[in-house]
Design a protein. Structure first.
Length: 345
């Protein structure tokens, strides 16, 4: 015969606290607790502190689902990202999450395998089913930017990237200016043959960095050599570096990102060339490892956290004003000088 299972000495589980319990413990009305929860200004500081202390003591958890039924606001944002190990997009996602959390918003994330139009639209559909108040999409490819323009006008949306859209607000870094800063630095050192290892041609960021490279060389009266296509990876930088090492006229290389520069540094070392004495190298992004490479990498820094915060602020502005913005904002980059560049021998 089976006996009853019990736990001696264990207190029965206390039911979850409700707003009435908080009001009773704090000695205030139900309406006062509601005002504290909704951050009304007309609550005395000592009363607010008493209510917050009661919430902590009772481990009171706000019922966001019930609140959404009353206010028709879910306090939830949608975030579309893609399956990647690239530092930039991952850092931007963290910046968006932190800004949303600080403002009291939850973030629902949908990660897509590819940035094709269909997969992005499917991600938007799933987020709308969760009643999100707005969506931020990390959209670094042309197909993703095009998909965002299909979002209904009553849904606030911001794209993170530098693609151009007549219908969607976009936030990113001024890649052309960053590339020109890098090339102007190399020109000032005396370099005249400056190669470029680019990023994927479907990424607007890669195209803008290449455009900035061309513009700076053109302004100096130099014909740009044929760029080498890459895919943001260290492997593509390594393979391109082995070929460039045979071009003895090349004294400097501008890489579309720091991962590419890492591969290039390895290839140049393998070919018996010294950096920067034989070839100067400049990257783009300023990843955390950049100061610790050998030699420490001169690169263009983009503030990923600032991009994330700004995209959230622009989305919140749309939510509060109930208007759709088509603003395009490009944040300023910064050239960081380290030991991978010097005057040509």
């Amino acid at each position: 015969m089976m006996g009853r299972i019990h736990s001696e000495g264990r207190e029965p589980r206390r039911p979850a606290a409700v707003m009435r319990d908080v009001a009773k413990l704090a000695g205030v009305s139900h309406q006062t607790v509601s005002r504290v929860l909704n951050e009304h200004a007309n609550v005395r500081p000592e009363t607010r502190d008493r209510v917050l202390d009661a919430m902590r003591h009772l481990d009171y958890q706000r019922n966001t689902a019930a609140r959404a039924l009353v206010t028709r606001k879910s306090q939830t944002l949608g975030l579309i990202t893609f399956d990647t190990t690239l530092v930039g997009p991952a850092s931007m996602v963290y910046g968006i999450e932190r800004a949303a959390r600080d403002a009291g918003y939850f973030v629902s994330i949908v990660s897509v395998r590819t940035l094709e139009r269909g997969t992005v639209l499917d991600a938007i559909k799933r987020l709308r089913e969760q009643a999100v108040e707005g969506i931020i999409a990390v959209a670094p490819e042309d197909t993703a930017v095009a998909a965002l323009s299909r979002v209904p006008e009553n849904l606030p949306i911001v794209g993170v990237g530098v693609g151009r859209s007549e219908d969607v607000c976009m936030v990113g870094v001024d890649n052309r200016t960053g590339a020109r800063q890098a090339i102007d630095h190399l020109l000032s050192l005396g370099h005249r043959t400056i190669a470029h290892i680019g990023g994927p041609p479907t990424w607007p960021e890669a195209k803008e960095r290449e455009a900035g490279w061309r513009e700076a060389l053109h302004a100096a009266g130099i014909i740009a050599p044929e760029p080498t296509a890459g895919d943001w990876s260290a492997r593509s930088g390594y393979e391109a570096g082995l070929a460039l090492a045979r071009e003895r006229s090349v004294t400097a290389v501008f890489c579309a990102n720091d991962q590419t520069a890492i591969g290039l540094l390895s290839a140049l070392y393998r070919a018996g060339l010294k950096v920067p004495q034989d070839v100067s190298v400049v990257g783009f992004d300023d990843i955390p490892e950049a100061p610790y490479l050998y030699p420490p990498l001169t690169t263009v820094r983009q503030d990923f956290s600032a991009v994330g915060r700004q995209s959230f602020e622009l989305l919140l502005q749309q939510i509060n004003t109930r208007t759709r913005s088509t603003e395009r904002m490009a944040l300023d980059p910064e050239l960081i000088l380290r030991e991978s560049t010097c005057a040509p021998a």
